[in-house]
Design a protein around this ligand. Structure first.
Ligand code: FES
Length: 110
């Protein structure tokens, strides 16, 4: 059994999202936090995330494309969608994604 594949809910393809202005492809049918773990496996695994909607360290703001409303959500609960644009992230997420070359400008979530 290969360990990494057991982390993810079953998926058949990748969807395109942007995180702080940078485009990525991540597994559909998974939560956004799990998808961020897909992008930065070690750093997100060692992050201080409860994965259970309690700690709030995974909070993000996002929209679903041009002209759609911006919303806040917990990424451990939010299912990823094609075209999702993650705009603001917590300090914890920013730290975990520090090696992905994301935009530095803009404010983070508290
Ligand atoms: S990881 Fe703790 S609330 Fe989402």
């Amino acid at each position: 059994m290969s360990a990494p594949s057991t982390l993810y809910r079953p998926f058949t393809h990748l969807v395109r999202i942007t995180v702080r202005g940078k485009q990525f492809e991540v597994p559909e049918n998974n939560t956004l936090l799990r998808c961020l773990q897909y992008l930065a496996p070690d750093d997100v695994s060692y992050g201080r995330f409860c994965w259970n909607e309690e700690c709030q360290y995974c909070r993000v703001t996002f929209d679903l494309g041009e002209g759609t409303p911006e919303r806040a959500a917990l990424s451990c609960k939010l299912m990823v969608q094609e075209g999702m644009r993650v705009k603001e992230v917590t300090t914890e997420i920013r730290y975990c994604l520090r090696n992905l070359g994301l935009e530095e400008k803009g404010r983070g979530c508290p």
